[in-house]
Ligand binder design. Structure first.
Ligand SMILES: [Zn+2]
Length: 150
């Protein structure tokens, strides 16, 4: 995809892969502008499919058909690794300090986006980055958000 929010950091998913997982993140960065700038850099070359701002605005960086680079070294509870292959990554603008709240507008937008994604893919798992990052403890995001609610 193109446009001011697009990230060049993506590649094709493996052939035949079924997207069945959503990984939730917190940006640590404080603004969508900073996130977009970060996602445009080739080093470290990271990205996510979506970022949701505090006011509920949703920004798309990578097409869902493509693999974005958000989970890093990772493992699902069912043992599957390279989670980015079969996942959609959603970033929530949040400092991830355990104090910065996730406003209701942001959570409403997340629920709506998840409903959209579920209409396109047989999503079976909504997990936090912290749950799947390896080695365990490498990531804590999205700190303070109970992903079992989604
Ligand atoms: Zn993350």
């Amino acid at each position: 995809m193109e446009g001011e929010f697009a990230s060049p950091n993506h590649e094709p998913r493996p052939p035949g892969v079924v997207v069945d997982t959503v990984v939730l993140h917190a940006t640590v960065l404080d603004t969508v502008d900073e996130v977009c700038e970060h996602f445009r850099k080739s080093d470290p070359g990271v990205s996510a499919h979506y970022t949701i701002d505090r006011d509920g605005t949703v920004y798309q960086h990578v097409d869902e058909t493509e693999k974005a680079f958000h989970a890093g070294v990772s493992e699902m509870p069912d043992g599957r690794t390279v989670v980015n292959d079969f996942a959609i990554g959603i970033e929530l603008v949040n400092l991830n300090d355990g104090f910065d709240p996730y406003p209701e507008s942001q959570i409403v937008a997340l629920r709506s986006l998840l409903a959209d994604i579920r209409s396109r893919h047989p999503i079976k798992h909504v997990v936090s980055h912290a749950e799947i990052a390896r080695p365990r403890g490498r990531k804590t995001d999205p700190l303070g958000l109970d992903t079992s609610l989604f």
